[in-house]
Design a protein around this ligand. Structure first.
Ligand code: NAD
Length: 261
């Protein structure tokens, strides 16, 4: 198992779904955790306390990923409280499904800001800290939609393609600094983000929610199974391990064969 004792992981959007799963895995591996995301204060507190049962320190910062100054404060606070930012997981994301001519411009702006630009801001503040300590791991949670498109997801597909470009660029900029930058491209994972999308897609396509699951989502996934949060967590731990020290600038698909077709 990857040993992350003494390291600090900042995980955006870690109050739910994939981000929370990664936080649990990193805490179990010994890393201190800076949680981030929205949600009910009591539930966030409970999640934070459950991370601390792994004998690590977990803090929460409510930075809104649309606000560059709040993102700066997220990274600065992690540095101040823990002394370093060693692992950065850019995970926060939202979705909106509509044909492009009906796509609200404010939804476009929010998706580009949260799913793509926030990673630019976290990276520009965290990278100097990683360079200083001589080690770092940046993992961007992209999507199969970083590689291929689906109709009615113009903003999401654009943002996820963009994050792969950012991943490659930053990997080159810090290639000699013992810092790796990679993207993970999951297929469908049953989280609150996808559950919301099932209803929206049913409406956009005029079909039932069961039809969305079987004929739209899992149609693309050749295994006919949703990807598990635990699989993604294990992959992030692998990317933090010594075995992955020469993997940088890449993307790893974990999509049940979707993008192989
Ligand atoms: P989720 O809805 O369960 O979690 C999203 C997280 O982002 C939550 O913690 C939420 O509070 C946070 N968030 C949303 N807006 C925010 C903002 N403005 N500022 C700060 N935090 C904010 O979703 P998830 O499925 O766990 O998605 C996590 C990531 O994985 C996203 O980037 C998503 O695009 C990606 N992804 C998900 C799937 C999937 O099938 N679920 C597939 C591929 C990629």
């Amino acid at each position: 198992m990857t040993d992350l004792k003494g390291k600090t992981a900042v995980i955006t959007g870690s109050t739910s779904g994939i981000g929370l799963g990664i936080a649990k895995g990193m805490a179990a591996a010994g890393a201190n955790i800076m949680m981030n995301g929205f949600g009910d204060a009591d539930k966030i507190k409970t999640a934070r306390q459950s991370l601390e049962t792994h004998d690590i320190k977990a803090l929460y910062h409510g930075a809104n990923m649309t606000q560059p100054d709040e993102i700066e404060d997220l990274i600065a606070t992690a540095h101040k409280e823990f002394g370093s930012v060693d692992i950065l997981i850019n995970n926060a994301g939202i979705q909106y499904v509509a044909p492009v001519e009906d796509f609200p411009p404010e939804k476009w702006d929010a998706i580009i800001a949260i799913n793509m630009s926030s990673a630019f801001h976290t990276i520009r503040h965290a990278l100097p800290l990683m360079r200083k300590s001589g080690w770092g791991r940046i993992i961007n949670i992209a999507s199969a939609h970083g590689l291929v498109a689906s109709p009615y997801k113009s903003a999401y597909v654009t943002a996820k393609h963009g994050i792969l470009g950012l991943t490659k660029t930053i990997a080159l900029e810090c290639a000699e600094d013992n810092i790796t930058v990679n993207a993970i491209c999951p297929g469908y994972v049953k989280t609150p983000l996808v559950e919301g999308q099932i209803a929206d897609t049913a409406k956009a396509r005029g079909i039932t929610e069961d039809e969305v699951i079987n004929d739209v989502l899992l149609k693309a996934q050749w295994t006919k199974k949703f990807v598990k949060i635990e699989d993604l967590t294990d992959l992030t731990l692998f990317l933090c391990s010594t075995a992955a020290q020469n993997m940088t600038g890449g993307h790893i698909s974990i999509d049940g064969g979707w993008t192989a077709a």
